[in-house]
Design a protein around this ligand. Structure first.
Ligand SMILES: NC(=O)C1=CN([C@@H]2O[C@H](COP(=O)(O)OP(=O)(O)OC[C@H]3O[C@@H](n4cnc5c(N)ncnc54)[C@H](O)[C@@H]3O)[C@@H](O)[C@H]2O)C=CC1
Ligand SMILES: O=C([O-])CC(=O)C(=O)O
Length: 353
């Protein structure tokens, strides 16, 4: 409105007055932008295949004020590159062992993508021995240096390393189950894409909960709750469910030894981070599924639709209504997830000994 007034034809034509008005408008716009852009987000593993495009997407998010980029590899080069993008977001590159602590300190959100991706023929579980300790250390540092931060874990195997993170935080003295998330958004993104293609509907219009975990049959898309209503027979549903469950393998095969999903994952992680930030700001956002500690099933961690608030999870919406076939799939997922959780706990108990 103020801007419209300034642009009004009633303004005196005096040049100096006009320049002053313009300067004030710019100042107001800058202040408004600065006031709405207020989160420091740390990306751990930032130089990697997911980390770089995730940093780029976050750089363009109006809610991010500062991006802390950490990797064992140098982040200075691509950090400098990003810092030339004309948004008000500041870029802070960190590297090396000590850098992780500095990147985490003061962050409102910490997205962990550090660790090995799998190769053709490997399961996500194969990565546990390598990635478990990386996630444990990052979680421990969050517990010490940013205990109020919301933490999104992308690193695989999500089903087990999120439990490792929880145990590491408990051992470090500060763990809040409302603030720790295994990022399963890529499963939802894939479901929206594949269903959208099948129904010839824009993927943005598809809403479907994908519950459970993030590996094979632990990924359970609830087609009976798909909106708009899914059009297709049982055989068709089974084939799309299979494609969602093996979407990761599809990409790993196509990349033929050069890693796993990176760009689609960065898109999914940026969407998830945006939902967390909207929650922190007290703004509304459609529920997103994530793998969190819960008592919704017998598995200690389970992905269900969540609404976010200023302290992380505001509401866990629990399991959606399901048909008999979906209930059976959830049962299978729960058994597998109980084992993954036990593996995470056992690992951290051994570390303590
Ligand atoms: N949750 C999900 O849906 C998905 C998870 N992933 C997982 O994300 C992880 C990362 O994948 P990419 O980015 O493709 O791998 P990448 O190998 O391209 O990048 C990983 C980065 O982590 C860094 N790193 C390793 N140890 C570190 C440490 N201790 N501290 C800081 N940085 C460290 C590496 O230097 C590297 O730059 C993998 O475990 C992969 O399986 C991948 C796709 C989807
Ligand atoms: O499959 C992998 O290893 C990476 C991943 O989690 C996915 O693409 O869903």
């Amino acid at each position: 409105m103020f801007r419209n007034q300034l642009n009004s034809t009633n303004l005196p034509k005096c040049r100096l007055f006009w320049q002053l008005c313009q300067a004030t408008t710019n100042q107001i716009q800058t202040q408004t932008q600065t006031q709405t852009r207020q989160f420091r987000v740390a990306v751990i593993g930032a130089a990697g295949g997911i980390g770089q495009p995730l940093a780029l997407l976050l750089m363009t998010n109006k809610l991010v004020t500062e991006l802390a980029l950490h990797d064992l590899e140098a982040t200075k080069g691509f950090g400098k590159d990003l810092s030339h993008i004309s948004t008000v977001c500041k870029v802070k590159p960190y590297f090396g062992e000590d850098g992780m602590k500095k990147a985490i300190k003061g962050s409102h959100i910490v997205m962990i993508t550090a660790g090995m991706p799998r190769k053709p023929g490997q399961t996500r579980d194969f990565l546990f021995d390598t990635n478990g300790p990386i996630v444990a250390r990052a979680a421990c540092l969050v517990s010490h240096y940013a205990p109020k931060a919301l933490v999104g874990i992308i690193t695989n195997p999500v089903n087990a390393v999120v439990v490792v993170a929880a145990e590491a935080m408990k051992q470090a003295g500060s763990y809040d189950p409302k603030r720790l998330f295994g990022v399963t958004t890529l499963d939802v993104v894939r479901a929206e894409k594949f269903i959208g293609e099948h129904m010839d509907v824009h993927p943005y219009e598809i809403r479907i909960p994908v519950v459970g975990g993030h590996a094979g049959t632990t990924i359970v898309p609830i087609f009976s709750q798909c909106q708009p209503r899914f059009k297709g027979d049982k055989k068709c549903i089974a084939s799309i469910v299979k494609r969602i469950q093996t979407g990761g393998d599809e990409v790993v095969r196509a990349k033929a030894g050069k890693g796993s999903a990176t760009l689609s994952m960065a898109y999914a992680a940026a969407r998830f981070t945006n939902a967390l930030m909207r929650g922190l700001k007290g703004k509304s956002c459609a529920p997103e599924c994530a793998y969190v500690e819960s008592d919704v099933t017998d598995a200690p961690f389970f992905s269900t639709p969540l609404t976010f608030g200023r302290k992380g999870i505001k509401k866990n919406h629990g399991l959606p209504k399901m048909n008999e076939s979906e209930k059976k799939q959830v049962k299978v997922a729960v058994e597998a997830l109980k084992q993954s959780a036990a593996k995470g706990v056992e690992y951290m108990n051994k570390m303590r000994e």
